[in-house]
Design a protein around this ligand. Sequence first.
Ligand code: MG
Length: 254
Amino acid sequence: MSEVGAVVFDTDGVLLATAERHAAAWKEAFDGCLADWAVRTGARPRVFDTVRDYRDLVDGRSRIDGAKAFLTARRIDLPVGTPEDPPGCGTAHAVAARKERIFAEMLRAEDATVFDDVRPALLRLREMQVRCAAVSASRHARSLLRAANLLVLFEAVVDGRDADTLALPGKPAPDLFLAATERLGTGPDRTAVVEDAVVGVEAGRRGRFRLVVGLDRDAVPQVADALRAHGAHAVLPDLGPLPALLAALESSRP
Ligand SMILES: [Mg+2]
């Protein structure tokens, strides 16, 4: 068995090509409220940028934390509200609920897409007896993994529903990843984390994981730099080189 006996994968953007849909749902949720917020604040907040704002403000965060980050960035002062708020524009929770409703409607229309490199990498890791878990801040992750026939390749899953039940704080806190290692029966010192979001690699470093791998699927140099600056030990373009990277750790062991 290799020195790294387990890998915890982020789900959106790492295993499933759901990032674009999340970004589109956030855009519809935020931009649909701009007129309302202009009336409230007298300002004209900028529309949501599905590349930059998605990456900097909402990717990897829980829905409510993402909504709050956007509102803060645009200086839109709304009450936080409560998780029971119906979809709307009047509180941070209402905006988060808008995004959830829009995203759920999008999911009904389409199936989850798995990146091509995911299955071969997971099968190779299984041959290497490396245990794998999937983690997500999204409440939809487990059902999407099941729909994509990926669930069988993971020994543990921790998603947004588990985070709610266990009252785990979202990334950059390491709690979601640590809950996954607990379910795998291993420790962070023997586990690698694979993440595409800055808050996620930060969570991996805060949790003192043996190896934090940043994933830069679009090969954007600034993204790779940001992942490294926030704690990624290595940045890969896809999951293809991951098994060899873990094997190299083993062979470089003193
Ligand atoms: Mg992600």
